[in-house]
Design a protein around this ligand. Sequence first.
Ligand code: GLY
Length: 396
Amino acid sequence: MRKIETLIFIIFFTFFYSCNKTDNLIDSSFQYADVQLRYMLNHIAEYKDDLSNNRILPRSLDVNGNIYMVSPSDWCSGFFPGVLWYMYEYSHDNFWKVKAKEYAEKLAGQRFNKGTHDLGFMIYCSYGNGYRLSPSEEYKTVLLDAAESLSFRYDSIIGCIKSWDLKDSPWQYPVIIDNMMNLELLFEASKLSGNKKYREIAISHADKTMENHFRPDYSSYHVVDYDTITGAAISKNTHQGYSDESVWARGQAWGLYGYTMCYRETGDIRYLKFAEKIADFILNQKNMPDDLIPYWDLLAPNIPNEPRDVSAAAIIASALYELSEYSQEYSARYKNVADTIIKNLSNNYRPKTGTMYGFLLHSSTGHWPRKSEVNVPIIYAEYYYLEALLRRKALG
Ligand code: GLY
């Protein structure tokens, strides 16, 4: 073969070989998930401990390695049904659809819960995926009721949805970066109902958050407090990070995912550019480990001896796959980074089959300052991991 032909052969071979490797990774990860999640379902079916408290959905493992179950009103309740819907989306196996419906419908009553900004996580991950994969009037009604309940928490002077109603709170009107994720439910509700109100609330919240939550380098604060009379931002703090000025890993991930989603829903180029800036900040962190699974806070004091947060990595990977579809300049970079993350998660952060109650990934960190859910499997890591795998598969 001439030199040029050899070169073309090598390029094509490398391309097909790497596509094939990614397909294998996705398939083998779902095969693993199939085994682990059936194991988890068996455990949950036998779980009788706290039924009086309605703890019927898996969330994480506690310090003793026991499963931590939560009620439908917990902010994490929607992720397990969402995981089951993703299993159905991948496999088209009716077994997963039946289970997904069973667990999603345990959240039906939450549609009227006006006490949490996390209703978007709860209802969109469960009913939103359910409606997407198996549309019905019943699911649509739940989504619309939930959007109405969530919009009850919006204040037009501040222009944001309130995050927490804490007793003895140091804040008047706390808004956390995580809340960007709840906007997806509102965008969906406007599409389903034709009522622009939900979408307008989502856009206002995203714009205010852009204005007040971000530092000049595009890292984000966790909590911004607003004055309820003037609507002005009055303090910028953390709750789950190491310090007010530190870089709480999952918060950066929520922002990246949130603005990517806002671009999808609005086509507003400001959101795309903003998501690119956040990605740039995250990917250029000097404290980011080589395997791209971040420490729980990228300015935590004892790096490299700090717990990782696998959930942040999974959210970042899922967001980057989506962003790679929109970004003109950085598409290949985002896809490569996300590929590295899912490869490392699948190869190095998996419990052995038949252990850890069937969770799919270890080493997430929920709330380090409270020493709660540190270095354990947490259900939202699994949700965004499976979502990332599906997004990768769709990219081809
Ligand atoms: N929304 C709470 C968290 O990310 O831990």
